[in-house]
Design a protein around this ligand. Structure first.
Ligand SMILES: [Fe+2]
Length: 584
């Protein structure tokens, strides 16, 4: 039994394939077409995941018929906005015709059965059915999908019983995204920038923000005077291939909070304070909802998905600010994860198959053989050392301990927004200047954004106040005050670290590297950031080698090969000269 899940026409289009109940592959289309957050129909990802097989079922995480009466009512009560109606109708027609388009591209046969799964049902399925729990509360929170922004219920065995939802135009995700735009972070998916900035401000705008959003029971309510999405719509548009949402906030936002920040302009303390206030009010509403759901369900465990569930600062407080005692957050909590969720919804809710899968890691993307890597090295004309696994680990750890920046390309690519030790750039977390060095030499990102630590799972308690598994880098825990000076490059402005706990049986090679670094330095932890330079995470060996040669990375560990920049200066300079000619 092969089930292919598809996230199409939402951000981060993706595909996932389950074979006999187990996830065999999952990948975002952006990794192939190299356009960040790409939002069309993921043909390349679908083909890569199916690997020549044909699916029995295809599940698309969007259902044009979901909440149809609410959508119709909205159109009838606001008949003036025909453009919005036409855009939405166009998207729905595209979705309904997706089966023809996919078949024409070679994905699916006349026997393949197609399913359209409501967006939030797919989010919920991606959280609960991937979790280790037999029974748990399940909550999905995002901007919007199929006219809802929240859905929650109780998962038991292979079934999720729905209990509540929040409908358009009210949305905690829209509240957060509107202020992300207001603070000058205009691109789709920029919310994590405002979250990073919030650590540097005082939340002194909380009283004013209470007029913008509040949550009673499970119902988030926006004061629509501050917004325009309910009249202008929230459909995605395209800007040079990248998806973007239209402006969400009204002139009233400006009257109350001053002029919006111009993108790329200097950041003022007042704007840090506004970011801190928005984060604090998001947390108030987030925990109002979580606490209500906990009381209603009397469950001790909660499973979370939806874009808002990627707010790792809020997630880090779940045990403090709610009565939940266990948590599973879908690693691809944003829309990419709905491909997994749609497939699991069909598997369990429709086909009634029992559960046999737990998502403990994210290494479901493409993998390349040593021969593939050797071919890419030869093509690039790069010089490399072929090493045994032990030698590769020893030399890589030693280079990081010496302050070098290392590209680490091993095994199957990660699914979801985080590089978790297979497509990562690694550095020494003990060096105070490492954040600035990485920003100046490779990442070119805003100085207020944190870099994150990968820690041996069994040593977390030595460094963090909360010793709970966080394998997917979606929770920020307080770093013990006594340890903060020891690991300054991964300690954020508020004393937290958005950690990845690395268990030996989940990623043995990465675990071994961190352990070796710990033996050399006494600190079993690495700074881990995604392997890319203002682009989607690298997928192929050629992309990794290219990124290594054109940036100021010192070392590349790729499969069994180790490359030193000092031995590849000639090819690197050629690459830079070639790039300069290309852009001239
Ligand atoms: Fe979503």
């Amino acid at each position: 039994m092969i089930i292919c899940g598809i996230n199409a026409f939402h951000g981060d289009a993706s595909a996932a394939v389950f074979i006999d109940g187990r996830l065999s592959a999952a990948v975002e289309e952006e990794r192939f077409n190299r356009i960040k957050h790409w939002a069309g129909l993921p043909i390349g990802a679908g083909k890569a995941c199916l690997d020549g097989e044909q699916p029995d079922h295809i599940a698309i995480s969007r259902n044009p018929r979901a909440n149809f009466s609410s959508k119709l009512r909205r159109v009838i009560t606001q008949p003036g906005n025909w453009n919005r109606l036409l855009t939405r109708a166009g998207n729905n027609v595209q979705t309904i015709r997706a089966s023809d388009t996919l078949r024409a591209a070679g994905i699916g046969t006349p026997k393949t059965k197609f399913h359209f799964v409501e967006h939030h049902r797919a989010h919920l399925a991606s959280a609960f059915f991937c979790s280790p729990f037999d029974e748990a509360a399940v909550i999905s929170i995002d901007g919007f999908g199929d006219f809802s922004s929240v859905m929650w219920g109780v998962g038991r065995g292979n079934e999720i019983e729905l209990k509540g939802a929040v409908s358009f135009p009210h949305s905690l995700g829209i509240f957060y995204t509107a202020f992300t735009q207001f603070l000058g972070f205009a691109k789709y998916g920029d919310e994590y920038k405002m979250m990073g900035l919030s650590a540097y401000g005082k939340p002194r705008f909380i009283p004013q923000l209470h007029d913008v959003v509040n949550t009673h029971d499970d119902q988030c309510r926006l004061n629509l005077d501050y917004f325009i999405h309910h009249t202008n719509g929230v459909d995605m548009s395209w800007d040079a291939g990248e998806p973007s949402l239209g402006k969400l906030f009204s002139p009233k936002m400006q009257h109350v909070f001053g002029p919006p920040r111009i993108p790329r302009s200097e950041i003022l303390q007042e704007q840090c304070d506004l970011a801190a206030s928005v984060q604090a009010v998001l947390e108030e509403n987030y925990f109002a909802l979580l606490s209500f759901v906990q009381k209603q369900t009397a469950q001790k465990a909660v499973c979370l998905a939806g874009g808002v569930a990627l707010n790792c600062v809020a997630n880090g407080m779940i045990f403090e600010r709610s009565d939940f005692r266990d948590v599973y957050i879908q690693p691809a909590a944003h829309d990419a994860g709905t491909s997994i969720g749609a497939a699991l919804y069909v598997q369990h809710q429709i086909l009634k198959r029992p559960r046999s899968f737990e998502m403990r890691h994210v290494y479901y993307g493409p993998e390349y053989s040593s021969a593939d890597i050797r071919g890419a090295l030869e093509n690039a004309g790069a010089e490399a050392h072929f090493l045994s696994e032990d030698d590769l680990v020893d030399r890589t750890a030693a280079q990081i301990a010496e302050g070098k920046i290392v590209g680490w390309f091993q095994g199957r690519m990660e699914f979801g927004p985080r590089a978790l030790g297979n497509r990562s750039i690694l550095a020494d977390p003990r060096r105070k200047d490492m954040k600035d060095i990485l920003n100046a030499r490779i990442k070119y990102r805003e100085p207020f954004r944190p870099f994150c630590p990968s820690v041996l799972a069994e040593r977390v308690g030595e460094y963090f106040e909360t010793d709970y598994p966080s394998p997917f880098m979606v929770m920020a825990f307080k770093i013990k005050a006594s340890q903060r000076d020891l690991i300054p490059a991964v300690t954020h402005g508020d004393g937290t670290g958005r950690l990845q706990t690395v268990a030996r049986d989940v990623n043995p090679l990465y675990w071994k590297l961190i352990r070796r670094f710990g033996e050399l330095t006494g600190v079993p932890m690495l700074l881990n950031t995604s392997f890319n330079e203002n682009e989607p995470i690298v997928n192929t060996p050629s992309e990794a080698i290219d990124c290594f040669l054109r940036t100021n990375m010192d070392v590349l560990s790729i499969g069994p090969y180790l490359l030193l920049k000092s031995e590849n200066l000639h090819v690197s300079q050629n690459k830079l000269a070639f790039a300069a000619i290309g852009t001239a």
